[in-house]
Design a protein around this ligand. Sequence first.
Ligand code: KIV
Ligand code: ZN
Length: 390
Amino acid sequence: MTQQTPTIQPIRIFDTTLRDGEQSPGVALNHTQKLEIAHQLARLGVDVIEAGFPIASPGDLEGVSRIAREVRGPIIAGLARAGRADIEAAAKAVELAERPRIHTFIATSPIHMSKKLQMEPDAVVERAVEAVRLARTFVDDVEFSAEDATRSEWPFLARIFKATVEAGATTINVPDTVGYTTPEEMRALFAFLKGELPEHVILSAHCHDDLGMAVANSIAAAQGGARQIECTINGIGERAGNAALEEIVMAFHTRKDHYGFETAIRTREIYRASRMVSRLSGMPVQPNKGVVGDNAFAHESGIHQDGVIKARETYEIMNAELVGREAAVLVMGKHSGRAAFRKALTDLGYDVPEDRIKEMFARFKDLADRKGQIYADDLRALVDSRTDIP
Ligand code: KIV
Ligand code: ZN
């Protein structure tokens, strides 16, 4: 059966590592560290860098301002609540950017409006419209977000989004602030909003990972009509974090045949960005994390190792080099098979005759049972303990 190639649609990547990512408990980046990450994000090819929340502190304002002055390429955004002081601070912080954006937001769910804001829905719409109008007096590029959108009523979302688009917002962001939604719901919500809003509006998704579905929800949003996805390197962020940039980008890249989306990300810069963010934020990456985890390209079982030696595609859906890492690693341990053992010896420069491999492999298994993982030095010791091997 022949499969039809879908038309490829571009997806903008809005990186919020320096804003929502920095809201990870325990993370505080100084200006120099933020600038270093921002330069790497530009090398990576993100479309938008959300550089911070300028009203949060004079330090944050200065941090955003330095990035706006020094980093060229991506749009530089500053976050602002829907109020004059926030918007003025954001405007000041991004004023020297090549392509400045103000991102303003207000909550729209019944629980946030009644308990947190203590405002009536009509007043929330009015505040949002005023905020967007004010932001437009400073910049042409204004994004509006409805905080806790996925727990908001859909007709109310449509109402506030239409009003803010009329006031001048060009990007409309739909955050799953508390990581509550599901892929099916997200796709349907975006399809609904797409039908309600003018063609020129860019719909954006911003997902949190409380139920481990941030990446799936972001992808579903794109299938429903989102053309911008907000995410962070290594998925760092508030509570359980945000959607992980590297996973979304590589899902679109690897399954372009299925999704029909592409991003402008230079995938070979992904690993470097991941290492840098981990080092500077002090947040380690879990070993089994997709794309950037230590084990993401490591093969342990004999069956897998044998397959990978014969053809990498047997157990690899993407090459490590494509994301800027070294080629896949065969982990030597008790699950390793003879093919991997022979290859490891050859890679270390030994030419072991086939009739010796059997005996040495038995000793290797004994050692692996006792020791767990076997390293190059263990293999050298194993070979060098014999005098009849060249
Ligand atoms: O999660 C959220 O709702 C946010 C908004 C400020 C966009 O981070
Ligand atoms: Zn968020």
